[in-house]
Structures are given as structure tokens and as C-alpha cells.
Design a protein around this ligand. Sequence first.
Ligand SMILES: [Zn+2]
Length: 212
Amino acid sequence: MDYLGVVLLVAAVATAFVVIARSNAWQGRRARAEHESQLALAKRAAEADVIGLAETLARLSPAAETDPQAQDDYVRATQAHARAARYLQEATEPGELSLVTESLEEGRWTAARLAARAAGEPLPSRRPPCFFNPGHGPSARNIHWDGRSVPACSADAARVETGADPYIRTVVRDDRRVPYWEGGPTYAGWASGYYASWRGSTLVADIVTSNA
Ligand SMILES: [Zn+2]
């Protein structure tokens, strides 16, 4: 090969490397952008629930002022809320949002106890969150829906039992709104954290299957 041939060959090889490097960089940037957008979607769902618990606690705070046991519940619920808010801020992967919703479930249940104390009602036993929207808080009972047994809040249980549609939580997937259990891996951590205390429980057996 003459001198010109060597120069041309080197130039061709160098060009190929530049093209490959650019392509890898572009793919890396695209993967990072996709990761950021999925994380943002999952965080948006979790943030709505963190705000929802804060609003519930603001409504219940007067009830905590007189009764020492209610005060204990209030402190526990606000601590759970603070943990959820911190985990939300720190999350760098959608899967880490299970820590947020696990704390929210504890906060929601404690807030339900506080509400029962304020209303002079019997304290509720700890039950899994409403299947239709875990942000509704603890379920009141299991109902039969769409061929399975699911935990439902009293409002959704009443809707289903009178033939109406439950208020199903929807999330964004591929620019469409779908029920959260069809939201795919982006929302798996967010949803599973809510039911972390009930792994293996028959109360949520169908839900665990549907999130797999
Ligand atoms: Zn509900």
C-alpha cells in the first residue's frame, strides 16, 4: 500500500470510530432522558399522595390537641409523612418509590386511627390500602370486583355494590392514561410499597399477581 493509501485507510478507520462513539453517546443520552422521564412520571404519582396525606393531617390536627393518644397518632403520622417526603426527594430510580409509599401507608393508617378517635368511633384494624386507588387510604373491607377479591375503601365498596364504577387511579403510560396496574415497570415500585406489609396475604393476592 502506498503512502496515500495508508492515509486514506487511517482516515476511514478514524471516521468509523467517531461515528461509533457518537452513536454510543447518542444512545447513552437517549437512555438517560428516558430514565429521567420515567422517574419524573413515577415521582409525580408519589408526590400527589404525599400532598394528599399532608392535607388529611392538616384537617385532623385539631383532633390531636386534647387527647394524648390522638397526639401520639398525630406525631406518628407526621413522622411517616416526613419520611415519605424525604424518600421522594432522594429517589433516583422509580423502584425506590416503594419506600415512599410504604411510609405513606403507615401514615394513612395512623391518620385513619386519628379520624376514628376524633369521631368517637371504634379504632380500625390495619388493612391494606384501597385497591382502586391506594391513595384513598386503608380499605374498609374486601369486595368482589372483576372476578377477584380486592380490598376497597368504603366509598369505592359502596359504588361497586350499587353498580357504579369505582374511582380508579390512572397514570400516564406512552402518553395515555391507564389504570395504575397497567402502568408497567415505571409504577411498580410506587404500587408495591403500598402493599409491602401484606406480601403473601390473601387480602391482596390478586393485586400482587397483577403488578408482577
Ligand atoms: Zn377507594
